[in-house]
Design a protein. Structure first.
Length: 81
């Protein structure tokens, strides 16, 4: 590792020693895993809230199709007798 700075080399040394202290038979997500999960949960909540707000503003009423209206007026109407 000739390109690594002294501080990066020191940090890698600390990480390696921490990894050796961990029990190799036990795997846990730890605090970092919880923080990542919490951030993702907050992001999903914010997206759902925004989606609900945007869907509330949508107007679902369709404008009548002018071609269909013209075709209906030209069609012969059945005589009820």
């Amino acid at each position: 590792m000739p390109d690594m700075s002294a501080s990066a080399s020191l940090a890698m040394t600390h990480v390696v020693t921490l990894a050796k202290e961990l029990d190799e038979d036990k795997v846990t997500p730890g605090v970092l895993g919880f923080i990542v999960f919490a951030v993702m949960a907050l992001a999903v909540w914010a997206l759902m809230k925004s989606m609900n707000r945007h869907m509330g503003r949508v107007d679902f009423k369709e404008a009548p199709d002018p071609d269909a209206a013209a075709a209906d007026s030209e069609a012969p109407q059945a005589h009820k007798g």
